[in-house]
Ligand binder design. Structure first.
Ligand code: FE2
Length: 247
């Protein structure tokens, strides 16, 4: 494995940071696909307040105003990466705040979609699995051995709260951060559905069915997705049909 660092990608358009549940903040921003076509769609960062500290999950680089707003909430100390296709902005936050970056064991930071490319642009500080003591009280990782592996961050807060990478999504409709082509492409590929299991991740990662089914054994009422809206209340029942369908 060769580490070849690269300049931090620029901040892309994003919305305001919103406190959805006490101590849990959510911000929606943009991902732009590499290549000549303007294919853009949305992604979310979840910010967990832990005393004076902030833990970023599914990090998105914010613009100057966004960073100023973030700094009023607390001090960023940790960044958790759950999905192998996310994480491009983790190096930015490590540099800016000297934050510790935690990534699911077995994941690598590769450019583009080839997750087995020999070069990586970043190495995390900690490789995490179910046994890892995470930098949050009442938190654990549920790992799914897709290729590459994916994590769900399971919190005891608010009746059980999951932060998800690409596994659990909730794009009931496209939002302001989709380009025209992004909208058409994601609709065609089956991404635009409420309470959905990420179709791209399913196809690419081929997660073991029993581990998908195991999500329904977790206690959770809320899901903070990296794609789509947050699901507040009754989340396990909302996701049950999609999980049963794919497992
Ligand atoms: Fe994603």
């Amino acid at each position: 494995m060769t580490l070849v660092t690269r300049p931090h990608p620029p901040a892309l358009p994003h919305g305001d940071i919103r406190e959805v549940l006490a101590g849990i903040y959510f911000v929606t921003g943009t991902i732009a696909m590499p290549g000549p076509l303007p294919i853009r769609f949305s992604r979310n960062m979840t910010i967990l307040r832990e005393g004076d500290r902030l833990v970023l999950v599914n990090s998105i680089r914010l613009g100057d105003e966004g960073l100023a707003a973030l700094d009023t909430l607390g001090k960023v100390t940790d960044v958790i990466r759950l999905a192998a296709n996310h994480g491009m902005d983790d190096p930015f936050y490590r540099d800016r705040y000297k934050a510790r970056v935690w990534a699911v064991s077995g994941q690598r930071y590769t450019a583009g979609f080839n997750t087995s490319a020999p070069e990586v642009y970043f190495e995390p500080d900690v490789a995490i699995d179910e046994r890892t003591e995470l930098p949050l009280a009442g938190a654990r990782l549920y790992t799914i051995r897709s290729k590459p592996p994916e994590g769900l961050l399971v919190l005891e807060r608010h009746g059980g709260t999951i932060v998800s990478g690409d596994c659990l999504q909730h794009w009931a409709e496209p939002d302001a951060y989709f380009s025209f082509l992004g909208k058409a492409m994601m609709k065609m590929m089956g991404f635009i559905r409420p309470h959905n299991v990420g179709p791209g991740w399913l196809k690419q990662g081929k997660p073991p069915k029993e581990e998908l089914r195991g999500i329904l054994d977790l206690e959770f009422a809320n899901v903070f997705t990296s794609h789509g809206a947050a699901v507040v209340g009754g989340a396990r029942d909302h996701y049950r049909p999609a999980i049963v369908r794919v497992s």
